[in-house]
Design a protein around this ligand. Structure first.
Ligand SMILES: [Zn+2]
Length: 463
């Protein structure tokens, strides 16, 4: 018999305009789907998940994370974008075995899940061999998260500007693992785009993605690389389309943002990393001005934390700082960007950007039951005067009490079910040590070390 669960007596933030917020409400889950959302569903024959003292909301959605790097967290806390390129993206990346890739993806996906992210786009651009791809996909499946594996090829494809076409192994991966779109893990292609590959290669890469019927995600508008007019270049060959998500967008011209909007393209912004590493001001307000609602992302996860609660706060604070630095700002009658907008970026807008709007992003009957219970009877949230505002400004992974993915309880009373957390921590330590040992024995990265003092020589921007 199909399992039924009644999430009972919580404060419901549905992110579905037709349902709205319920001061007290119930959510009925049947199998992997949401069956009903209402103030009081009464006595129902179902297992009860007591949500008293909790906010019930849809799982968060991260639309761009280089998950393989997860056990290298912190090493880039004081690096520039150029140092990240030499130290990690074109540096430590070369020492990753397939087992390291498994560990990175497992650690990163479990970390994301524990924090309340139920859907993750894994922007996987260090799959140097077929075995690396297999390991990356397997780790996502083992973690229990809903994921989009975005095949990005290996680091050798990033010798800028690259004339190497995208790795053809993507065809095998598509056929072997992703013949169905109904599984918890689905597929996309992570392309270099015109900032990192020639326009001819970009054109052939996009043709390959469209032949394989895979959505595309590509970096555009990050730092100096983004000032080369990547969207104008794509437009000259009529390559823009609704199947492309543009990651960052900071240094794109307003005309380029309009080209994206006119083509139906989508955006993923990562304000923490963008401000820290030098991509430019987050494009939140400029995107909204042309009618594009961005989704949110963590990005490299080697300096900023891996949870979207922090990213939501940074997104809101940054846009308000930009708005408030304009002349006459103190006469403004209202803020331009609200906390509900930002929660929307992290939920329903994320689902739309990933093409999963029919499955995730809101507590809507018929959608998959990807649901969070966040404790609000706590020192940081009680009393609940403004559920959405308090979620955005004060929530953190430690308050995420219960998580369902596709109707399965994966976190209960603050603890992930099973041994995934313990396994992730063990894998993180083992693979971190082994990777740095191999790097330290090499000529190329002999100075690589943990502890916080490693400062790689930067790659000059624009090279
Ligand atoms: Zn990225």
């Amino acid at each position: 018999m199909t399992q039924r669960r009644l999430i009972n007596n919580g404060t419901v933030v549905s992110m579905d305009p037709a349902i709205g917020d319920l001061t007290i409400g119930d959510v009925l889950v049947e199998g992997d789907k949401i069956q009903a959302v209402a103030p009081d569903l009464g006595a129902v024959d179902a297992d009860v998940v007591d949500a008293t003292g909790c906010i019930v909301l849809p799982g968060l959605i991260d639309t761009h994370r280089h998950t393989w790097q997860a056990f290298l967290r912190g090493i880039a806390a004081d690096w520039t974008l150029g140092q990240y390129m030499t130290g990690l993206h074109l540096g430590l990346s070369g020492f990753f075995t397939a087992e390291d890739t498994y560990a990175g993806n497992f650690v990163g996906a479990v970390e994301a899940l524990d924090s309340g992210i139920t859907t993750l786009l894994d922007w996987s651009h260090n799959v140097n061999t077929p075995e690396h791809s297999d390991a990356a996909v397997q780790a996502l499946a083992d973690s229990g998260i809903r994921a989009v594996f975005a095949h990005g090829g290996g680091a050798d494809m990033y010798q800028v500007p690259s004339d190497m076409p995208h790795d053809q192994d993507v065809r095998r991966v598509r056929e072997e693992y992703f013949s169905s779109d109904d599984n918890l893990v689905t597929m996309a292609m992570a392309l270099r785009g015109p900032q990192f590959a020639t326009l001819d290669v970009t054109e052939s890469d996009l043709a390959l993605a469209r032949e394989l019927e895979l959505p595309v995600t590509l970096h555009a508008g990050d730092g100096e690389w983004g000032r080369t007019g990547p969207i104008r270049q794509l437009a000259t060959r009529n390559l823009l389309g609704p199947d492309i998500t543009y990651v960052h967008c900071n240094t794109l011209g307003d005309d380029e943002l309009r080209l994206i909007a006119d083509s139906g393209g989508t955006a993923s912004i990562a304000p923490d990393i963008e401000m820290q590493m030098g991509h430019g001001w987050p494009a939140t307000g400029r995107l909204l001005a042309v009618g594009i609602r961005p989704s949110l992302s963590i990005d490299t996860c080697v300096s900023n934390g891996g949870h979207l609660w922090g990213t939501m706060r940074v997104t809101l604070a940054t846009q308000r700082a930009i708005d408030n630095s304009e002349p006459g700002a103190s006469d403004r009658p209202a803020v331009s960007l609200g906390s509900r907008d930002v929660l929307s970026f992290a939920t329903i807008d994320g689902a739309r950007v990933l093409g999963l709007e029919h499955k995730a992003g809101s507590l809507t009957p018929g959608k998959q039951a990807d649901i969070l219970l966040v404790r609000s009877d706590t020192l940081s949230l009680a009393p609940l005067n403004n559920p959405v505002g308090q979620l955005v400004y004060a929530a953190h992974p430690g308050l995420v009490d219960t998580i369902l993915v596709a109707g399965e309880v994966v976190k209960r009373r603050g603890i992930l079910v099973g041994d995934v957390a313990k396994r992730a921590c063990q894998l993180a330590a083992e693979h971190r040590d082994a990777l740095f040992d191999r790097a330290a024995r090499s000529q190329r990265l002999a100075d690589a070390r943990v502890g916080g003092g490693w400062q790689p020589a930067p790659l000059a921007a624009g090279t």
